[in-house]
Design a binder for this molecule. Structure first.
Ligand SMILES: *Cc1c(COP(=O)(O)O)cnc(C)c1O
Length: 375
């Protein structure tokens, strides 16, 4: 058997008639940039998320960068984020000349530690960027309370948790990415709502911010060829929007399929003490962008080799914490400063996770893992 991390081909075959028809429509109109389908998809996504504004852009990294540019953050402003994330989060902070302030994560959910956020706040802190890692929301109720207390912006990196729902203590529910001042997502092909190229979006309920973001993504231009700000060129093209428009109504069923696969894995690994299955926080549901195990007393390299030999894809997200990355060396931080992140980077292993599994494939993966760890 050959089991990829993400089975984009089977999903495409299942949705092919709809997707092909929408792509053909774009070809027939030749409206490749800012075509009507871009607006239509953005409107549909705003409706799905229950958010006032969706501003499409070229990718998730741009979404984060534009989110920060539109907030008027200035060089030297401190932005608190997690030490256990994909590099894009910290990259845009650094590129804009802002100062990334890293904090550790919780061992169980692997999301940002809210007590650590409180301790990291200084008079220069301007924003918090929680990352909803692997498909579940960070503790947004607590993070918004901290932000209110200290007058900070909250930018949700929701690239991995689109469609996930957060439940407040009073029972209210909101979609991840719509709780902070601004939310960001990515439509990279392997993301939960993935297109066949690059794409991203910014969400906000703030009318003024939304206007600002539309200007920033369009070269800082409100009136054509009059540039009031230094902006960027960041667009979702019509082809990608057409694909996303077809896939969006399936997003909840995608999450269901991912949860079914995660449930199968959880069951299979429940009795094995060397495998810690993913924990879900009580305030969030999980859309399993990744299914990530923690290995205890298992030789990870050898397990990876064993799985690869059996045709089972696997990956370590993420092997090097931000503060230990070569490009991000900083005298403020040293190895040992973020013990949970450092432990996780040594323990984690992600298994194939997508929407198209057969039970036979899941059994094959579980058997291969258990065969190795029970040796
Ligand atoms: C994928 C991802 C991004 C970047 O998205 P791109 O579309 O690849 O630019 C940013 N943050 C996180 C957490 C991601 O998973």
């Amino acid at each position: 058997m050959n089991i990829p991390m993400v089975d984009l081909q089977s999903q495409y075959q299942r949705l092919k008639p709809e997707i092909d028809a929408e792509i053909q429509k774009v070809l027939d109109t030749s409206s490749y940039i800012n075509g009507p389908v871009v607006h239509e998809f953005s409107k549909n996504l705003a409706e799905y998320l229950g958010v006032k504004h969706v501003i499409p852009c070229a990718n998730g990294t741009d979404a984060l960068q534009v989110a920060m540019m539109g907030l008027g953050l200035k060089p030297g402003d401190e932005v608190i984020t997690t030490s256990f994330t994909f590099i894009a989060t910290a990259e845009v902070i650094a590129l804009l000349g802002l100062t990334p302030v890293l904090v550790d994560v919780y061992a169980d959910t692997m999301n940002i530690d809210t007590d650590a956020i409180r301790k990291a706040i200084t008079p220069n802190t301007k924003a918090i960027v929680p990352v909803h890692l692997f498909g579940q929301s960070s503790d947004m109720e607590e993070i918004m309370a901290i932000a209110k207390e200290h007058n900070l912006f909250v930018i949700e990196d929701n690239c991995q948790a689109l469609g996930s729902c957060f439940t407040f203590k009073n029972g209210d529910k909101k979609k991840a990415g719509t709780i902070g001042h601004v939310g960001c997502t990515s439509f990279f092909p392997s993301k939960n709502l993935g297109t066949y190229g690059d794409g991203g979006a910014i969400f906000t309920n703030d009318d003024e911010l939304a206007e600002q973001y539309k200007v920033v993504v369009n070269h800082g231009m409100k009136v054509r060829y009059y540039h009031d700000y230094i902006g960027v060129n960041s667009r979702l093209d019509s082809m990608q929007a057409a694909i996303l428009k077809v896939k969006l109504p399936h997003l909840d069923s995608f999450a269901k399929a991912r949860n079914a696969a995660a449930g199968y894995y959880n069951n299979a690994f429940a009795k094995c003490e060397k495998l810690i299955t993913p924990a879900t926080a009580p305030f969030s549901d999980h859309v399993f962008h990744q299914y990530t195990l923690r290995l205890v007393g298992v030789d990870r390299d050898a397990l990876q080799k064993h799985l690869t030999e059996k045709g089972i894809a696997n990956a370590v997200y993420y092997p090097v914490p931000l503060h230990m990355q070569k490009a991000y060396q900083d005298p403020r931080y040293k190895t040992g400063d973020f013990p949970v992140t450092e432990m996780l980077s040594e323990q984690v292993l992600s298994l194939p996770m997508h929407t198209e599994f057969t039970e036979e494939q899941l059994k094959y993966v579980c058997d291969a893992v258990l065969e190795f760890v029970s040796k």
